[in-house]
Design a protein around this ligand. Structure first.
Ligand SMILES: N[C@@H](CCC(=O)N[C@@H](CS)C(=O)NCC(=O)O)C(=O)O
Length: 234
């Protein structure tokens, strides 16, 4: 099965959640934005009736929204739990990841995506402070609980094997350590840290992280390093 991934070429962004799943599964895919540029992504948004990327297509259909795409492909890619109830729980938690990612984005764009960061720095500082005080620990504590209370595995979040949700939590933790290293240093996340190490060592993920296909976080994406939004250096 071949896939076509449509996402903005210059950032990992939300496209990375889908890319990681394709990479871990060893799936054949074309990264259309990287191969053909942003124009091809914009064209697919309107042609496919989508609102925003990432968009994933196969020969028959296309889908947008990270959580919806992962619900679609996680079973064919063998990155889903076998049990239906576990599958639904995985999707539910993935939707919480969606909420978390939106809040992470809003730390640097609290007034909306129509203004540059430089035009909303004051609001971003206030938003980030309350994010770090309340929302960051609340989300991380929730995901810690998901990992440490899985009755079927000490390693994975739902069911017995690595799923698209584990790959998403891996990406979120890497992004947070990039954007908010000082804030993260104040929060205990042993299960998430262990998961991040475990995923990074998986054969295909390690090869991907080492490849040119994997681009670094940068200040156009979701996870941005603005030291003034983080806790001060210890
Ligand atoms: N809920 C969507 C959000 C999609 C989204 O916000 N995409 C961004 C890039 S990461 C975009 O290009 N948005 C354009 C827009 O909102 O106009 C998802 O989870 O995939």
């Amino acid at each position: 099965m071949s896939y076509w991934l449509y996402y903005w070429p210059s950032i990992p962004g939300r496209g990375e959640f889908v890319r990681l799943a394709l990479e871990e599964a060893g799936a054949e895919y074309v990264d259309v934005g990287r191969d053909q540029g942003a124009g091809a992504v914009a064209d697919m948004i309107s042609r496919g009736g989508h609102f925003a990327p990432p968009i994933l297509a196969d020969a028959h259909e296309s889908a947008s929204h990270v959580a919806h795409i992962l619900a679609w492909v996680s079973r064919p890619l063998e990155l889903a739990p076998h049990d239906d109830r576990d599958f639904r729980r995985m999707h539910q938690i993935q939707l919480t990841v969606t909420d978390f990612v939106a809040e992470i984005h809003d730390t640097h764009h609290p007034l909306g995506p129509g203004l540059y960061y430089d035009e909303q720095k004051e609001a971003a500082a206030r938003r980030s402070a309350s994010f770090i005080d309340a929302r960051l620990p609340k989300f991380l504590d929730y995901f810690e609980g998901v990992l440490s209370r899985n009755p079927d595995s000490d390693e994975w979040s739902v069911g017995r094997r690595c799923t698209t949700l584990d790959l998403s939590l891996f990406l979120v933790m890497r992004g947070l350590y990039y954007a908010f290293p000082n804030a993260l240093a104040e929060i205990d996340t042993p299960a998430l840290d262990e998961l991040t190490r475990r995923v990074a060592k998986r054969r295909r993920i390690a090869a991907y992280l080492d490849s040119e296909r994997c681009i670094d976080f940068n200040e156009d994406g979701i996870f941005r390093r603005y030291p003034e939004l983080d806790r001060p250096n210890p």
